[in-house]
Design a protein around this ligand. Structure first.
Ligand SMILES: [Zn+2]
Length: 412
């Protein structure tokens, strides 16, 4: 859809949200061997500013790239409408969530009919909506000109039913001027999902974006000192849980320590992230791979590398690993018996889970060598396609020994 503003042909922004939908809480360090000690400190302002920057301006390492200037609604009021096969309760939930956005941004919200509304929620029958070359459970399309956002349209698939409440705040963050995602702090915008509703950090950056000291069109270098000041004035985030969460860094997939090129995903859309606790007891890295314009094949893999002289307290089973990956866990998997297979990286324990959308291979292996580590993940093949265990596990390999992710020095 294109909408023409009074002066300029409007620009259109599409936000693909597949990463956030596929990983949910899977990547949290809960399953890791040496959990970070709970921090009593508040979230540092530098981390909060970094979070704002990634959401507003993007990250060059992410597939969706970066935005040059700041965006937010042009006017201090907007109207909304709901179209398509809305599920029961949609009116009430949308009104509740919008009231929260109104309180945080100061942009007044009122209902209108579908033709007049500047913000439209469109329900789409089925499980996926197309966004560029990806498939997502929901997406946002924002139309803006030099004054700011003029219109936004949020598309939400009607199945499964919980998609709606899980997507809503995420897509509203896009519609209010954050085109990008970030893993820097717990957020509805994280590829590693903590919660379906706005976090304390999300609320802080929303308030900051609509502060009068910022303006549409600001470049990052101009906005950044102002954002730091605004966030400082809002008060440091005090939540210990927020501060204790790992800070994830987006990296280009080719910079990941673990390389994985499973069948059918040579031209995949890939996203990679890594994190480490403050004491650098371990590094954890996660990569998500999905086929363009298709639901399957799909794969995700996690690599945990322990620090020296550390060991895992116990072996975990493929079924336990499956529970941490929502793509498998939420697909009503029926496990066939577990088995073992020796591959380049070591001895894998694996199980095949049958789901309605096709078979998934879930695997885990401890890797030896100078620095011990663990690799786990899943590979889901299209329905009715034969799943070759060896063809998947043999394509997992570590890059050369001694490889360090580029930004590890920043942690010290
Ligand atoms: Zn998104």
């Amino acid at each position: 859809m294109r909408w023409r503003g009074p002066a300029l042909a409007a620009l259109l922004l599409l936000s693909a949200c597949t990463a956030g939908q596929q990983s949910a809480s899977s990547a949290s360090p809960r399953a890791e061997p040496a959990a970070a000690p709970p921090s009593r400190e508040a979230v540092s302002s530098a981390r909060l500013v970094r979070f704002f920057d990634e959401l507003a301006y993007g990250n060059a390492a992410a597939p969706e790239g970066a935005s040059p200037t700041l965006l937010r609604w042009a006017d201090r009021s907007l109207t909304y409408a709901i179209v398509g096969p809305a599920p029961p309760g949609a009116d009430r939930l949308i009104a509740e969530r919008l009231a929260r956005f109104q309180a945080l941004t100061g942009v007044a919200v009122a209902p209108a009919n579908g033709a007049e509304a500047t913000l439209v929620f469109e329900f789409v029958r089925g499980t996926r909506v197309p966004v560029r070359e990806e498939l997502a459970a929901c997406s946002a399309r924002t139309t803006y000109d030099e004054s700011g956002i003029r219109r936004a349209r949020i598309f939400i698939a009607t199945e499964p039913a919980r998609t709606f409440s899980a997507c809503l705040d995420h897509e509203l963050m896009h519609a209010y001027g954050f085109p990008h995602h970030s893993s820097v702090l717990p957020s509805v915008m994280g590829p590693i999902r903590w919660s379906d509703t706005l976090s304390e950090a999300d609320e802080a950056v929303l308030r900051a974006l609509y502060d009068r000291r910022l303006a549409v069109g600001l470049a990052q270098s101009v906005a950044e000192p102002r954002v730091a000041q605004i966030l400082g004035d809002l008060g440091a985030l005090s939540s210990r849980q927020l501060a204790a969460e790992l800070e994830w860094h987006t990296i280009p997939p080719q910079a990941a320590m673990l390389a994985f090129d499973p069948p059918g995903l040579a031209r995949s859309i890939a996203r990679s992230f890594w994190a480490a606790p403050p004491d650098l007891a371990y590094l954890v890295e996660i990569s998500f791979l999905s086929a363009p314009e298709r639901e399957r094949p799909r794969a995700s893999v996690r690599y945990v590398r322990l620090g020296r002289e550390r060991t895992f307290s116990r072996l975990v089973s493929p079924e336990e690993i499956a529970r941490s990956w929502p793509t498998v866990a939420e697909a009503s998997p029926r496990f066939r018996s577990a088995a073992e297979r020796s591959a380049a990286l070591g001895l894998f324990r694996y199980a095949i889970a049958d789901t309605a959308a096709g078979p998934c291979l879930v695997f885990v292996a401890e890797t030896g060598g100078l620095l011990p580590g663990r690799v786990d993940g899943f590979y889901c093949a299209p329905a009715r396609e034969r799943l070759e265990v060896g063809a998947v596990l043999d394509r997992l390999r570590l890059r050369q020994p001694g490889y360090e992710p580029p930004a590890v020095a920043e942690l010290r």
